[in-house]
Design a protein around this ligand. Structure first.
Ligand code: PEP
Ligand code: MN
Length: 340
């Protein structure tokens, strides 16, 4: 249930409402909008008397949120959330590009890639230090050493850093180096990990699970938000279907759909969605046209030598060309990108 306070309501009105909700044993989340302050009531709302709340001073209306996800729903917050990644705003008018290799392989290649990303107009550097590989025998990442390299690349280039955290015990360590904590597709329903990143205020990039519905994805975001971290970016990275010729099937309709259901920004990953570098630029253009607030793409200076995901990694020239194209598409719908 949400309680919308009128624009002439006072601090005392708000305190009284919050007190009434808390005394019914519920948690309160307050969202200060431009027009209204909204009090979100989280928990078992059956003990709340809607009529009693409705007549409290300053209350404009009391709305039952019909969706199972509450804090992340559009009903709870009308305005778009803009996630501030240490100065890079995701969810505003500009489309933000995150790019880099699948994994941090070594210092030289990462620094080289970071410069390519920065010079082409990317704003956030991606790179896995802890890799969730399907096979336990595949390259698992450099761990903390990889995080240190990412931080150095960030200091040299000014790019922010997004990197995956695999387990709740590693959240503090990864948050010590990363500007954005990535929750991978395979961990989208790892609820203890979601709760742990929710206890930080660090922006979170929440990838959609391989076989997850939009509702399950938003419920995962709700886990993060319910712990007190509202800085969530959703990332559509393709879902598994019967289609054989692509790694996954990019569900582009999820972009406008999720923007209707939720106020959170949406990022698209055309690399993992397709698994094929030739499909990355067309899907990146389409994602921007569909209204994505950001893109995350794999770029490698020499994809043939990549330790993971070489076939879907863009070479520097193709990446630069893709950046020019998405800037055009962004402009055509009244948005820009960093280089546009
Ligand atoms: C990644 O982005 O490094 C990754 C492993 O992607 P996903 O979790 O979407 O498979
Ligand atoms: Mn990858």
């Amino acid at each position: 249930m949400i309680i919308v306070m009128g624009n002439t309501s006072t601090e005392e009105d708000l305190e009284r409402v919050v007190g009434a909700v808390k005394s019914a044993g519920l948690d309160v989340h307050i969202s200060e909008g431009v027009e209204h302050t909204i009090v979100g009531c989280v928990g078992d709302v059956s003990h709340l008397d809607r009529n009693e709340l409705q007549v409290l001073s300053g209350v404009q209306r009391v709305v039952r949120v019909m969706q199972p996800f509450k804090l992340v729903s559009r009903e709870f917050q009308e305005e778009d959330t803009v996630v501030d990644v240490d100065g890079v705003r995701v969810g505003g008018s500009r489309v933000v590009v995150m790019a880099g290799p699948c994994a941090v392989e070594d210092r030289e290649m990462l620094l080289e890639t970071a410069e390519i990303v920065r010079d082409a107009g990317g704003e956030i550097l991606r790179g896995g230090a802890f890799k969730p590989r399907t096979s336990p025998y595949s390259f698992q990442g450099l761990g903390e050493e990889g995080l240190k390299i990412l931080r150095e690349a960030s200091e040299r280039t000014g790019l922010k850093v997004v990197t995956e955290v695999l387990s709740p015990e590693d959240v503090e360590l990864v948050a010590g180096y990363a500007d954005v904590l990535q929750i991978g597709a395979r961990n989208m329903q790892n609820y203890s990990l979601l709760r742990q990143v929710g206890r930080t205020q660090r922006p979170v990039l929440l990838k959609r699970g391989l076989m997850s519905s939009v509702e399950e994805w938003l419920m995962a975001a709700e886990y993060v938000a319910s712990e007190g971290n509202p800085n969530i970016m959703l990332c559509e990275r393709g879902i598994r279907t019967f289609s054989q010729y692509t790694r996954n099937t990019l569900d582009l309709s999820a972009v406008p759909l999720v923007q209707e259901l939720s106020h959170l920004p949406v990022v698209v990953d055309p690399s993992h969605a397709t698994g094929r570098w030739r499909l990355v630029a067309p899907m990146a253009r389409a994602a921007v046209a569909a209204g994505a607030d950001g893109l995350i793409m794999e770029v490698h200076p020499r994809p043939a030598e990549a330790k993971s995901d070489g076939p879907q990694s863009l070479k520097p020239d193709t990446f630069r060309q893709t950046m020019r194209e998405i800037a055009e598409v962004a402009r055509s719908i009244g948005r820009g990108v960093n280089n546009g």
